[in-house]
Design a protein around this ligand. Structure first.
Ligand code: RIB
Length: 292
């Protein structure tokens, strides 16, 4: 089985802060670093570290050769990762404070994926393969339709959540991967109560598989009336960036191969508990051997 991850790549500019900047305020950071990131790239690295055969499709600028080298270093194939001559690679400005973060995204070349690139990407994929997408690139509707046409299974991590998601052909998705905020949006729930959200998701997406992460309250796998819960592990978080991406990559790698959702939740919980104890995005994702 091959995984085609059609996803974003960002230079993450990470500022360590004493507090998050607020309106009308100018403050200095107490630390700075630039890392490889983007939900797409992070999830490709997580999948590859978990042992999957991963192709990363996407778009960087002429400044983005480092991303290709980085992905190749972790055995992610980059045949469908192209360089855009007119647009710089996407970037994120990330403030980190007491283990929490807030992120500003600039899409750059991630938002230049067009119909031609989508058409050129899918030749090598078909039934038995998985398409994974997040919500940080353009042409999402075309990508979902093309994957469906090819008979691929489709996993959609709806992060970052916005109203555009409801313009995509969500009926083509097999597996949704959401956190509690995204789940509330996807379920169109007025209540933030997790049981209420789960019940709405079960009604609205009865034929889908849903992976729901709720931070310190653990994670759920939901399929119709079946609900499996796994507790979170108690660790001291240094930087939560890419925790969700790690969870997504390790859950899918385990679930796609073994079909056991409980085992997949356990592995993904351990992997993301390690990620939050390190700084940065992709660089904090553990190897399978470290988790074991
Ligand atoms: O999920 C973490 C990622 O979100 C960061 O690496 C940043 O680039 C944003 O895409």
């Amino acid at each position: 089985m091959k995984v085609l991850n059609f996803g974003s790549l960002n230079y993450d500019h990470v500022y360590e802060m004493e507090h998050f900047v607020v309106a009308k305020e100018t403050i200095s950071s107490i630390g700075y670093a630039r890392h490889f990131g983007g939900k797409g790239l992070n999830q490709s690295i997580a999948l590859a570290k978990a042992g999957m055969d991963v192709y990363h499709a996407g778009r960087v600028g002429n400044d983005g050769q480092d991303f290709i080298d980085y992905l190749n270093k972790y055995n992610v194939k980059t045949d469908y990762l192209i360089k855009d001559n007119n647009e710089a690679t996407g970037h994120a400005i990330i403030q980190v404070c007491k283990g929490e973060n807030c992120i500003i995204l600039h899409g750059g070349s991630n938002q230049k994926i067009d119909a031609k690139q989508v058409e050129d990407t899918f030749d090598n994929f078909g039934s038995g393969d998985l398409l994974l997408v997040q919500n940080e690139i353009s042409s999402m509707d075309l990508i979902l339709k093309k994957a469906h046409e090819k008979g691929m299974r489709i996993a959609f991590n709806t992060a970052p959540m916005d109203s555009k998601i409801f313009t995509y052909p969500l009926e083509l998705v097999d597996i949704f991967i959401v956190n509690e905020v995204e789940a509330q949006g996807l379920a169109d729930s007025d209540s933030s109560d997790i049981d209420a959200i789960i019940s709405k998701l079960q009604n609205k997406y009865a034929d889908k598989e849903i992976v729901l992460t709720v931070g310190e309250k653990g994670a759920y796998f939901i399929k119709g009336s079946e609900v499996i819960h796994e507790d979170a592990l108690k660790v001291v978080a240094v930087d939560t960036t890419a925790a969700g991406d790690t969870f997504t990559g390790f859950f899918l790698a385990s679930y796609l191969v073994n079909g056991d959702a409980r085992e997949a939740l356990k592995l993904a919980t351990k992997a993301s508990a390690i990620t939050v104890q390190g700084a940065g995005a992709a660089q904090s994702i553990p190897e399978l051997k470290d988790i074991k």
